[in-house]
Design a protein around this ligand. Sequence first.
Ligand code: DAH
Length: 347
Amino acid sequence: MNARPESPDQLEHLRSLEQEARREISETDAPQALVEVRARYLGRKGSVSDLLRSLGGLEPTERARMGKAANEAKARIEEWVRQRRTEIDQEQREHALSGRCQDVTLPGVPFVRGRLHPVTRVVREVVEFFVSMGFTLEEGPEVETDYNNFEALNFPPDHPARDMQDTFFVEGGHVLRTHTSPVQIRAMTGRQPPFRFIAIGRVYRHDLSPRHSPMFQQVEGFMVDEHTTFADLKGVLYAFAEHMMGSGTDLRFRSSYFPFTEPSAELDFQCVLCKGQGCATCSQSGWIEWGGCGMIHPQVLENCGIDAARYQGFAFGMGLERSAMNRHSIPHIRLLYDGDVRVLEQL
Ligand code: DAH
């Protein structure tokens, strides 16, 4: 055996530091505490680093031996820290998993099945139908300019037809759109026919009754080409009624007035419940109001920069809640918006 180096004190000090480090590391049970323990021994101001610095005064051979011993001790401490870190991670993972899913044979937690809102279902069916007919979707904002909502649609300021749409005004001269017809203006301005568009969205009117709510949804449809006629309007709407209400649904066109169509019609479908015989739902008339329609007024086309001598088209607009209410015999439109899940559960 070699003679012991002449610095038993320092070597002993090193060994005891090493023991102490080992014990502290093994007692640590959190990653942050481990970082702190490591710093206390190996950090720039740590005790092993201090010891290494104090070797400067030793004689060269002895300094070399002590230096080697200290570096080996450092490597061991480093390794214990690494091992402990792996153990702590493992312990934490096990702790997080314990208490969960122990018995995989237990029956599962029943899955609560959601349902689509009846108006959402109607919206999807409407889109499905018109997309199949080659229409594409257009959008517009709910806060609209007076120009798009009224003026470009041929409602001059103070025109009495504005009274049909009790309007919410917004600061800055804008309105909450009272119908989806302004999307016609947005979609047609700056483009040239042929067009086949639909627009779906919320509209607002100061209106409250079992069948009216201050917010409701409409679908607007319009088609413009060189030879589009009222017969095309009827063909599309008959097919639409069949898609929504089943084959053989009869429609009725009553002449009406809208500033943006000429001629204009109000559209009714035969009451689905009584097949036209008359019942409480249709107020004994056999018919239920569906929406408005007509041939787009030439002035509206001109307002959008379209040559009305060359092009003509039809348009229609209807409320979507109506369809959902008829389908499920929902007596009050507010039931659709109260957020009471019992309404959805029974459908
Ligand atoms: N915008 C009308 C309303 O909300 C409905 C309507 C009527 C839309 C005739 C049309 C139309 O496109 O041609 O009262």
